[in-house]
Design a protein around this ligand. Structure first.
Ligand SMILES: NC(=O)C1=CN([C@@H]2O[C@H](COP(=O)(O)OP(=O)(O)OC[C@H]3O[C@@H](n4cnc5c(N)ncnc54)[C@H](O)[C@@H]3O)[C@@H](O)[C@H]2O)C=CC1
Ligand SMILES: N[C@@H](CC=O)C(=O)O
Length: 808
């Protein structure tokens, strides 16, 4: 025999009640013996309470009562509720006249939620030819007369229940029992408290030695975290009674600790099932131990309050805690987490939000004299906090979750662990709850760590990057358990958001539903409002203005990746400020593509320098554009302007190609490398041979591009004047005493033998010769495509992936 319990949401009008009937009919068809226990349908309990309140306050309760009645009658119109409705009507009239009601009346009225539900389910089964038997639990469940939360008189209840069911043949009859409701020995209606229907069902299962209790809810079982908070929470297939009890105690709202006890006593399995997916096996809870590592889950109690008692005079005083607890006990306030510093100057504890004032007043009264003597200075309440409990995580393994929280700018107000159990609890600001739970869930379960990326600049490089990310997303999720979620894309005019990640249609979405881009504030706010953690901002613009946002972004919890070189080539003051902000906020900044596009140059130099290798010179062709330009111009009989146009078409040039031709781009790259070696150079220190004749330097890009041909005779003459078998190359050279404060940084056009290393560079390749003390005359050479949207975007992607492996 099985007991089937259906919760209020399962029994609500529409799909719910239909599914319940279908589940029951299937069980009956397959000849299962069942006892059904029902909660009040939908919001019936709250509605009845609301009606009482309206009646008490003299408000119009009649129309709300009509709605209530219609809701109850909705599944069919044949059932006769006239007696129940007219009884309730009379009570509301009385309450309306008196302007008040007692807890006894409240119990009586709210019991009608279950009483009507029981009748409804019975009638629906009868309509389907089932011999259903309505069972008013007041006949079985006897309690004391503490209205609101009566205590069950177990012996009588057990005897009543056994006697009642002895006379029922479960092979032919389906009893439908009202949950939650009981009666005093005098016959007055009582309630057995919150989650009473679960308790009723467990008791019946226990008394009747049921094979299993199936508890139908609107979730498919117990999850590693509330799926409404954590989208990738995983279903737990099996829990031991101990674990279930622990979870229930930690605030899991599907489980109820009190309701587990009768099942443990008789070793009866509990299965949490979904009314809307009855074929799913749900979560099985029984006496068997789960996997050897035990179960891990996160549970949350929202709307709690932190009450703090502070005072200098508390130090060393005996009995303060005893007085505190006694005062709270008098007011029936239950205390959750409690914390007292070793200095004994303050005690903080967590209570349900609704009890916070009661707790403060109780302490105010108790410690009145201590206030006067200045031993206590303050009793304060911090409202809007949540308690997050991690089951199966002791303090020794909590470090990764804690680091992840801090890196995401979440500062727990209190941390607490149980000495014997295996769980850690944190008190967190409600506003940070979703983010905190997601961050910790990702850390603990090591699956699908969600990385939230905002891409600024979606031109050649940015656009290619997004394409690459979207193409590899699935694969990265599978291979590395990293969920790369691009939640914002911005160009200089518009920004488009999607908290669940942009799709292949992002260009159109940006155009059609993007909002005007007015700076980073909207992006920071969006990330905050949507509780997005593990944040990365990617700068693929060439804008100096964008680099002004770096520090505010870091301070708002973002890590940085940039292909934009300007951030690293502004003043040294800014360079240092940026690094200080990174250190202070424990954030990372990667910019491998700043020099040599996707080539692993910056990393190599950083590593050599960090390991004490003395780099004495770095020389080479730093610009992909100018490499392409001079390689082709030197090798072929073509016009300088034609090759330059080709370089732009292939995506090698800067958004403004003059930045390549005037040497600034190479100058920036040289400076970036110099600063990696701790040299204190400024951009003004770079000696640059500007390839643009002075009369073409001013004006806008378009007018410059229209006059490109004016460059042809100038460079043809330079080319012709070279020694035989020589070619032109535009190089960067960092030399001088690199162990001192400043190096010599030169950007110049040179003519080199065709068969030299520089002379043999092809296409848009860059070449970097790194001379060091250990390698002597033979430099370490890094060579390859030094520009182009694909390789650059791939390099930026590489930086993002490297960040995902760090603790963000
Ligand atoms: N093309 C290449 O081979 C390489 C390029 N880079 C760097 O990549 C960056 C991007 O280059 P491209 O994609 O070719 O440029 P692009 O001109 O195609 O795209 C730039 C994007 O930045 C946006 N933008 C400009 N100012 C902005 C602001 N303040 N906020 C947000 N977005 C803004 C523009 O609207 C545009 O979407 C440049 O900094 C460049 O130096 C780095 C290495 C190699
Ligand atoms: N315009 C730059 C792009 C890469 O940094 C170049 O040509 O090298």
């Amino acid at each position: 025999m099985k007991v089937l319990k259906f919760g209020g949401k399962s029994l609500a009008n529409g799909e719910g009640i239909k599914s319940v009937v279908s589940i029951l009919l299937n069980k009956i068809k397959s000849k299962e013996e069942i006892v059904v226990v029902v909660s009040a349908r939908g919001t019936a309990t709250d509605d009845l309470f609301e009606l009482l309140e309206r009646a008490k306050k003299g408000e119009d309760y009649q129309s709300a009562f009509e709605t209530f009645k219609n809701n109850q009658l909705e599944p069919f119109s044949t059932v006769d509720f006239s007696q129940e409705f007219s009884f309730l009507e009379k009570i509301f009239e009385g309450v309306n006249l008196l302007g008040d009601y007692s807890p006894k009346i409240k119990d009586l009225v709210t019991a009608y939620g279950e009483l009507l539900a029981g009748k409804t389910v019975t009638a629906l089964l009868k309509e389907n030819g089932v011999n259903a038997q309505y069972t008013d639990s007041r006949e079985l469940f006897k309690t004391d007369n503490v209205y609101g939360e009566a205590t069950l008189l177990e012996e009588i209840t057990e005897e009543n229940t056994k006697k009642y069911f002895k006379n029922i043949d479960l092979t032919t009859t389906v009893p439908v029992v009202t949950g939650f409701v009981g009666a005093s020995l005098e016959g007055e209606t009582t309630s057995i408290g919150n989650n009473g229907s679960n308790y009723s069902a467990s008791l019946i299962a226990g008394y009747l030695n049921a094979e299993e209790l199936e508890n139908y809810t609107i979730v498919s079982g117990i999850y590693t975290a509330n799926p409404l908070l954590v989208s990738n929470a995983q279903k737990i297939n099996h829990l031991s009674f101990n674990e279930a009890n622990e979870l229930a105690n930690l605030g899991d709202n599907v489980l109820d600790a009190k309701a587990i006890i009768p099942l443990v006593k008789k070793n009866i399995s509990l299965r949490i099932l979904n009314t809307f997916e009855p074929e799913s096996p749900g979560t099985l809870i029984n006496a068997e131990a789960s996997s050897k590592n035990g179960i891990k889950a996160i549970s949350v109690q929202e709307n709690m309050a932190l009450v703090s008692l502070e005072g200098r005079g508390l130090l060393g005083k005996v009995g303060i805690d005893a007085r505190l607890f006694a005062a709270l006990q008098k007011e029936n306030v239950s205390v959750g987490i409690i914390s007292q510093g070793s200095s004994e100057r303050g005690i903080s504890f967590v209570v349900n939000g609704k009890d916070a004032h009661k707790a403060k007043d109780a302490l105010g009264n108790e410690f009145n004299l201590d206030f006067l003597s200045n031993d206590i200075n303050r009793i304060s309440i911090t409202r809007g906090v949540a308690v997050v409990s991690i089951l199966g995580n002791s303090l020794s393994s909590f470090n990764t979750s804690y680091t992840a929280l801090v890196n995401n700018n979440i500062k727990p107000l209190l941390i607490n662990n149980t000495v014997t159990g295996n769980n850690v609890c944190l008190v967190i600001d409600n506003k940070e709850l979703r983010k905190a739970v997601n961050v910790m869930h990702g850390e603990i379960f090591g699956i699908a760590k969600k990385i939230n990326v905002a891409v600024f600049g979606v031109g050649l490089v940015g656009g290619t990057l997004i394409k690459q990310i979207l193409e590899s997303k699935e694969n990265i999720l599978k291979r590395k358990g990293i969920d790369l979620n691009v939640f914002a894309v911005a160009n200089s005019k518009k920004v488009y958001f999607n908290a669940d990640g942009i799709q292949a249609t992002w260009k159109q979405d940006l155009k059609e539903t993007g909002i005007p881009y007015k700076g980073i504030d909207a992006i920071v706010k969006y990330a905050k409002d949507h509780h997005l953690g593990n944040l990365i901002a990617v700068d693929n613009s060439a804008s100096a203005g964008m680099t002004e946002n770096y520090i505010p972004l870091i301070e708002s919890g973002f890590n940085l990746v940039s292909s934009n070189k300007i951030g690293n080539t502004k003043s040294l003051d800014f360079y240092h400020e940026l690094r200080l902000a990174l250190a202070q906020n424990r954030k990372q900044y990667l910019y491998e593509t700043n020099v040599g596009a996707g080539l692993p140059l910056i990393d190599t130099i950083k590593l050599m320098h960090a390991s004490g290798e003395n780099i004495t010179r770095i020389k080479g062709v730093f610009s992909g554009t100018l490499s392409y330009l001079f390689n082709n111009f030197s090798a072929k009989n073509v016009k300088f302007s034609e090759v330059l146009n080709e370089a732009a078409e292939q995506g090698f040039t800067e958004p403004d190609p003059r930045e390549d031709l005037n040497g600034n781009d190479v100058g920036r790259k040289l400076l970036i490398l110099a600063r990696e070696l701790d040299l204190q150079n400024e951009f003004s220190d770079v000696e640059i041979h500007n390839l643009i004749p002075e009369h073409l330097r001013d004006g806008d890009t378009a007018s410059f591009l229209s006059k490109l041909e004016e460059l042809d005779p100038i460079y043809q003459e330079i080319k012709d004047k070279q020694e035989p078998n020589h070619v032109l190359r535009y190089i960067g050279d960092l030399h001088g005493d690199l162990a001192s404060d400043k190096g010599i940084l030169e950007v110049k056009l040179v003519s080199v033998p065709r068969d030299s290393a520089l002379g043999q560079v092809k296409g848009a390749d860059s070449i970097f010769e790194i001379y060091t003390e250990s390698y002597g005359d033979q430099p370490v050479v890094i060579q390859g495509a030094g520009a182009g949207a694909n390789v650059t975007a791939r390099g930026v992607f590489g930086d993002i992936m490297r960040l995902t492996e760090l603790e963000l």
